[in-house]
Design a protein around this ligand. Sequence first.
Ligand SMILES: Nc1ncnc2c1ncn2[C@@H]1O[C@H](COP(=O)(O)OP(=O)(O)OP(=O)(O)O)[C@@H](O)[C@H]1O
Ligand SMILES: Nc1nc2c(c(=O)[nH]1)N=C(CO)CN2
Length: 171
Amino acid sequence: MPGLVTTQQNSMETACAIALGSNLGDSEQTIEAALAQLDRGGMRLRRRSQLYKTAPVGPPQPDYINASAVFHTTLRPDQVLQLLLVTEASFGRIRRERWGPRTLDLDLLFYGDQIIDTPRLILPHPRMHERAFVLVPLSEIAADWRHPVRQRTVKELLGQVDTAGVYPLVA
Ligand SMILES: Nc1ncnc2c1ncn2[C@@H]1O[C@H](COP(=O)(O)OP(=O)(O)OP(=O)(O)O)[C@@H](O)[C@H]1O
Ligand SMILES: Nc1nc2c(c(=O)[nH]1)N=C(CO)CN2
């Protein structure tokens, strides 16, 4: 019964991991509000990291506040990406310089163990494995999640990066 199989797949939730970053405006409040907005927008917040203060990677710019979260969702990966883009836009992000300052940056890190490579969406996120500002918060909430391409857990990936410049916001 193909119809039934489809229904069951649609009703199943998938865990996805999101990275949040901000270095313009009230970054702490923005990240808290973004988590709540995503939770209202079709994703269920299951775990979230604390907030981290992180040295900027890329062009000279203010320090970032970064965090990670795990959501469960019935949305497809492209729908999750769309929700992230709409949420970024609602916080006034203007896309300018690559890796430049922003009020809110949302990246889809993992969607279950799916591997996707399209012009619009790459999964797992293509740069997550080299970013301490992603791996430190993510390891707090999903240390054992295995990167389906690199075949390493988040904890193992974290062991391969320099974590200098990444500090819990509240000591
Ligand atoms: N896994 C993903 N998560 C978020 N955006 C993605 C992903 N894969 C591809 N993209 C694409 O990347 C675009 C976002 O680019 P953006 O301007 O946020 O890059 P950036 O934040 O400057 O750099 P980076 O992607 O290295 O964090 C989106 O429009 C989206 O289509
Ligand atoms: N520390 C830190 N540096 C960054 C960040 C970020 O979230 N944190 N995001 C960027 C845009 O992709 C570029 N550089």
